[in-house]
Structures are given as structure tokens and as C-alpha cells.
Design a protein around this ligand. Structure first.
Ligand SMILES: [Fe+2]
Length: 212
């Protein structure tokens, strides 16, 4: 069998050489003998991301006229004697690639339950710091509405986020179901929070995303 194969191979080989020398055209198409495409070594291939994640950056919203620099570092804005429905607001701060942003400052200011801002001091104003996993939490009251011209602004909380390596984000958070959300000239639907009432505590969540 081995000799037969060798003889057969040599025979075919001789025929091909003769055909080439006599100038006869091969019946096989030219590209049938195209070189094998280069295949990179496994080491040369780019790494495959473990889990691709892209998040939309949080929308900006107007600062308004009541921001004050220098708010104290604290996450509890309401004293026990303050009127209003208690609010627990929490969430995370991430980049658009979903990386947690730790050590960022979230400046918060809001009206009290009667819709009034403290312009003399720092009542219902505070600066939070995100933890190593980008988490933050705020305890306050649900802000009251206030007149802006001839219509009420819906309940909202002002936010200004300062994080190393990112531009400052100024925005506002709103509450789903507020009848003044519709028609408000400043609201952005992506900033409306869902919320629930559990044992007299209003709970809401918002996950901020910063674009570098
Ligand atoms: Fe406001």
C-alpha cells in the first residue's frame, strides 16, 4: 500500500510538471491556491471584556437660584422636630462604563416640607460622600412645592456632584406621580424617581451616572 501510494503520488507529480512545461492551462481556478489567511497567535488577540456595560449619563438640570456653597458634610438633613413625610433616598454613583465612583461629593439642597429654602443657614442642605462601592444615602423629608411665577414647581431635590476626573454634574430629582410634573418647564423625565411608602417612610432610589 505504501509503495502504491508513493508511486501514485510520483506519477501525478510527473504529470503536473509535464503539463506546466508544455504550457497547458490548469482547469482549477487561480484563487483555489490562494494562501491561507494569517491567523494571529492567541497571545496577539485583544482581550475580550468580561462583561460589557454601558450606562447613559444622568441628565443635567438647572441649578436654580438657591444653591449655597459650603454645606456641612452630612447625610441626615431632617431633625426629629421638622415637619414633613420622612424620606430615605439612596443609590449609587457610576461611570458610563459602570465603574463605581468612590469618594465623590454629592451636594444636596432642597426646600422644607412647606416649600421654603433656608437662605440664611444650611437647613436641608448637606454634602454626602460616596463609599468605596459608589453608594450614597440621604435621610430628609419630602420637599414641598413652591410657586415659580404663576405655577408650582413639582417636588424636587437639587443635586451637584463633584468627582475627580469628571465634569461637575448639576441636576434635580423628581417624584413620580407629582401632579405638577406635567407641564413643568424644567423637568426631564429621566430624572423622575419611583418611590414607595413603607411604615411612614417614603423610599426612593436613584443611580447617578457620570460621563468623563
Ligand atoms: Fe428648587
Amino acid at each position: 500500500m505504501r509503495d502504491f501510494n508513493r508511486r501514485t503520488f510520483l506519477g501525478i507529480g510527473s504529470s503536473l510538471i509535464l503539463a506546466a512545461c508544455s504550457g497547458r492551462a490548469s482547469s482549477a481556478p487561480r484563487d483555489a491556491l490562494a494562501p491561507t489567511p494569517h491567523i494571529e497567535d492567541e497571545d496577539e488577540l485583544p482581550p475580550v471584556p468580561a462583561a460589557a456595560c454601558v450606562a447613559d449619563p444622568t441628565a443635567k438640570n438647572i441649578e436654580g437660584p438657591f444653591y449655597k456653597k459650603g454645606a456641612p458634610h452630612r447625610s441626615v438633613l431632617a431633625d426629629p422636630k421638622d415637619a414633613g413625610e420622612r424620606l430615605l433616598l439612596a443609590g449609587t454613583l457610576r461611570s458610563t462604563t459602570c465603574a463605581a465612583i468612590a469618594g465623590a461629593t454629592i451636594d444636596v439642597w432642597q426646600a422644607n416640607a412647606a416649600g421654603e429654602y433656608d437662605l440664611d443657614g444650611f437647613r436641608f442642605r448637606g454634602a454626602l460622600t460616596t463609599d468605596p462601592k459608589g453608594r450614597w444615602e440621604l435621610r430628609s423629608v419630602v420637599p414641598g412645592r413652591y410657586l415659580n411665577g404663576d405655577r408650582y414647581r413639582p417636588a424636587h431635590i437639587h443635586i451637584k456632584i463633584k468627582a475627580k476626573g469628571f465634569p461637575v454634574l448639576t441636576t434635580q430629582l423628581y417624584f413620580a406621580g407629582d401632579p405638577y410634573n406635567d407641564g413643568d418647564p424644567f423637568i426631564d423625565p429621566s430624572l423622575i424617581m419611583q418611590h414607595s411608602l413603607e411604615k411612614e417612610l417614603r423610599r426612593a432610589r436613584f443611580d447617578f451616572v457620570l460621563a468623563a
